[in-house]
Ligand binder design. Structure first.
Ligand code: AKG
Length: 248
């Protein structure tokens, strides 16, 4: 049987995994650059771009936002191989919107609630994708990503507050039989890249390992045709700020 292309799998399932997107040398450089970013740049970043599970404990760093705006290497990297792939998968020009760092620190990393990125983006038309590049070995123990295959075709589901810093909104009616039966658990090794459509429902469990981090980089690209709805964005930003008061 003929194998599906990467793009065909992405279009059919709403996500695709590219094993060894970065080779050993490339991923080692990436890990080193991220280490330098965390050690050198975090104090200069706005408070709402850096999230901790517990702000008093620096080892619980869980998210960094807009890295491409603070680090020339990040900007160049995001606009290299990831951007070319985004254009190939979307079949059109893209706009680089956000480079993120995600960690689930050992025992402290909490679950990522089920959500659709498109709920946060407020785009018309809702054309965007997110890439997720593993920096560590990732499996059920430390909180791998789980996708509801095909959910990108079912429209936007209702979202409501989750109480989770960094993922403030989640699908309120998640857990329908068709969610659970279509869910796929994706293990990853350093250098593997997962890509999902902005309408694909995904989630992750917490990190139950006592010693293993679960680090990854995220790259968000919007299609060049997508416009942000400024009013919806502003309403959402205010609401998220209200919900996160005292947590960041
Ligand atoms: O790292 C995670 O647990 C979730 C990441 C995510 O939801 C995303 O990149 O859209």
């Amino acid at each position: 049987m003929k194998q599906k292309t990467t793009r065909q799998t992405y279009l059919d399932k709403g996500f695709v995994c590219l094993r060894k997107f970065l080779d050993a040398r490339e991923i080692a450089i990436c890990q080193e650059k991220i280490r330098e970013f965390i050690e050198g740049l975090i104090p200069q970043l706005p408070r709402d771009h850096v999230f901790y599970e517990d702000r008093e404990t620096l080892s619980t760093l869980k998210q960094i936002q807009q890295m491409q705006n603070h680090c020339p290497w990040c900007d160049e990297f995001m606009n290299g191989k990831p951007r070319a792939l985004a254009e190939e998968l979307m079949g059109k020009g893209v706009v680089a919107s956000n480079m993120q760092y995600f960690n689930k620190p050992p025992l402290a990393g909490r679950p990522t609630p089920p959500h659709q990125d498109g709920y946060y983006f407020k785009l018309h038309p809702p054309e965007a994708l997110t890439m997720w590049l593993a920096l560590d070995e990732v499996n059920e123990e430390n909180g791998c990503i789980r996708y509801v295959s095909g959910s990108h075709r079912d429209g936007l589901r209702p979202h409501g507050p989750t109480g989770t810093l960094g993922f403030s909104q989640g699908v309120t009616d998640f857990g329908r039989p068709e969610d659970l039966s279509r869910e796929e658990v994706v293990h990853a090794a350093p250098g593997d890249l997962l890509v999902h459509d902005s309408m694909t429902i995904h989630r992750a469990e917490g990190n139950t390992s006592a010693s293993r981090n679960r680090r990854a980089l995220g790259f968000i690209f919007y299609s060049e045709d997508a416009q942000e709805d400024e009013r919806e964005k502003e309403d959402y930003r205010r609401e998220a700020q209200r919900q996160q008061e005292g947590k960041i």
